[in-house]
Design a binder for this molecule. Structure first.
Ligand code: FES
Length: 144
C-alpha cells in the first residue's frame, strides 16, 4: 500500500465512523428552563442550541402519537431550531395566530415547528429534550 492509498483508506475509515459528518455530530447539551416554570400549556422558552436560535413550547397531550412531542414527567413539550429550513433565515416567534412566518420568503410553520406552507419543504429541526434534576435540557437533534 503506497502513501496515497493509505490516505484514501484512512479517509474512508473516518467517513465510515461518521467523523466530519454534520448529520451525526451531536451538539453540546444546554440547560433550557426549570420544569416548574412551564406551568401551563402554552408556556414557552427561547434558547440557543448548537449556535442556532431555538424555541421550546409546552403543548397539550397529543391526540395521536407524534415523533416531535416529548413527554417529560407529566408534561408534553416540543423544541426546535428557529433556523428556517428553506435558506436559513431565523424564523420569528409564533404570532397571535400561533404561526411562525419567515420574513425572508414567507414560509409558515405551526407553533410546534411543523411546516404549514412553503417554499420550505421540511419542518423546523426538532431538538431532543431530557429532564435533569428538575431542569429541561436540550441534548441533541431529534431525527426522524
Ligand atoms: S429562508 Fe425562510 S422562507 Fe426562505
Amino acid at each position: 500500500m503506497n502513501r496515497r492509498s493509505t490516505c484514501r483508506a484512512l479517509l474512508a475509515a473516518a467517513l465510515a465512523w461518521g467523523l466530519g459528518s454534520p448529520a451525526r455530530a451531536q451538539p453540546r447539551p444546554v440547560r433550557v428552563v426549570e420544569l416548574g416554570r412551564l406551568e401551563r400549556v402554552g408556556a414557552e422558552a427561547s434558547f440557543t442550541f448548537a449556535g442556532e436560535p431555538a424555541y421550546l413550547l409546552r403543548v397539550a397531550p397529543p391526540e395521536r402519537p407524534s415523533s416531535r412531542v416529548q413527554r417529560l414527567g407529566e408534561i408534553f413539550l416540543v423544541a426546535f431550531s428557529r433556523t428556517c429550513t428553506h435558506q436559513g433565515c431565523t424564523v420569528p416567534l409564533p404570532d397571535q395566530r400561533g404561526i411562525m412566518e419567515c420574513n425572508c420568503h414567507g414560509s409558515q410553520f405551526r407553533a410546534d415547528g411543523t411546516l404549514l406552507r412553503g417554499p420550505a419543504s421540511t419542518d423546523l429541526r426538532a431538538i431532543r429534550l431530557e429532564l435533569r434534576q428538575g431542569e429541561v435540557w436540550a441534548v441533541g437533534w431529534l431525527e426522524g
